[in-house]
Design a protein around this ligand. Structure first.
Ligand code: AMP
Ligand code: MG
Length: 329
């Protein structure tokens, strides 16, 4: 399945395919989504089959505008409307109590539903033309790296989708921030481009967040899910990087590096991808860079640890899932 330029005709065709219960991959500002009509349980099951995703992993329902919140959720708190007014369209998903009519397959059997108005013109045109909600996880096989270009979707899911809308590379590059508003206090479920400070400024109360920056050394076996390249990927502090790389090169191995600041020597067996210095730039190119290195069939990809500060929370969260720490190797 070749991607199609997302012009008006292609979007109209995509709407027809969604109405027939088929899968359409489309761009959002975060990553490419694998979309199905969220009110059609059979269509949504197709997403799980195409991705190889376990049925208890809930999907985010994408809607055209905040006014549609009430079509999917009940007991919508005022803060949800305030967050929606401030950040939608944008890279923020809100978890709310679901309406009874929301198919259980969408929510992984839970009583809550995740909702988002994406901030990409193609996604918005598609949602407005379709009229209903589009359930869409990232358009990759389960446990693989999320796609940030239409070509990534074609490589990985090409045969499983009725259409891939090409809207160019994704601007944000990592999945949406998810905030759970279904409980007593707002809780961060997934860090993303919209940061904790921005959310708290609006909420006017602390957001419950996972205690650490999620980059603590964890035994690989303890990680519930690993969104990783096929090549072994190791997160490595700058100070140890050149020694680690040298040791592998000396034993004739081919090595890749996602380099944050390190100047590494040129070598035929060494593939260095210099990463942007800002957290936003780094996030934008992270998945495409990992995919590019993964395609080279190297022995190992080293990821030079970026800063461990709040601005880097989303990047460090994703690196924690894509790599193992050096200590675990
Ligand atoms: P993806 O669509 O691949 O970006 O993943 C969607 C993620 O959204 C899931 O892995 C969950 O972490 C989260 N999510 C979606 N719906 C819910 C929900 N009802 N309750 C809690 N988390 C949810
Ligand atoms: Mg995903």
């Amino acid at each position: 399945m070749e991607p199609k330029k997302a012009d008006a005709a292609a979007i109209a065709e995509a709407v027809q395919l969604l109405r027939q219960g088929l899968l359409v991959a489309f761009p959002t500002e975060t990553v490419y989504g694998l979309g199905a009509d969220a009110s059609n349980a059979l269509a949504v099951q197709g997403i799980f089959a195409a991705k190889g995703r376990p049925a208890d992993h809930p999907l985010i329902v994408h809607i055209a505008e905040a006014a549609m919140l009430d079509d999917w959720a009940v007991h919508v708190p005022t803060v949800a409307r305030q967050l929606a007014a401030r950040f939608w369209p944008g890279p923020l998903a809100l978890v709310l109590r679901k309406r009874a009519a929301v198919p259980a397959v969408v929510t992984g059997g839970q009583e809550t539903v995740a909702l988002r108005v994406p901030g990409h013109p193609v996604a918005l045109q598609l949602l407005h033309a379709f009229g209903g909600g589009i359930a869409a996880p990232s358009a990759n096989r389960f446990c693989r790296i999320s796609p940030t270009q239409a070509a990534h979707v074609a490589e990985e899911l090409g045969a499983a989708v009725a259409m891939i809308l090409d809207g160019g590379p994704c601007q944000v590059g990592v999945e949406s921030t998810i905030v759970d508003l279904s409980g007593m206090r707002p809780r961060l479920l997934r860090p993303g481009h919209i940061g904790v400070a921005e959310l708290e400024a609006l909420l006017q109360q602390p957001l419950l967040v996972p205690e650490s920056l999620d980059t603590d050394i964890r035994a690989p076996g303890m990680m519930a899910v690993h969104y990783a390249p096929k090549t072994q990927a190791v997160c490595c502090p700058s100070a140890l990087l050149s020694g680690q790389v040298r040791a592998l090169l000396d034993s004739g191995r081919r090595v890749g590096v996602l380099a944050y600041q390190h100047g590494l020597p040129d070598n035929a067996n060494l593939h260095v991808v210099p990463m942007p210095a800002s957290a936003e730039g780094y996030a934008q190119s992270l998945y495409a860079s990992l995919r590019a290195l993964d395609a080279l069939q190297l022995t190992c990809i080293f990821v030079e640890s970026p800063p461990q500060t709040e601005a880097w929370r989303a990047v460090n969260d994703r690196l924690g899932k894509a790599t193992v720490p050096l200590a675990a190797v």
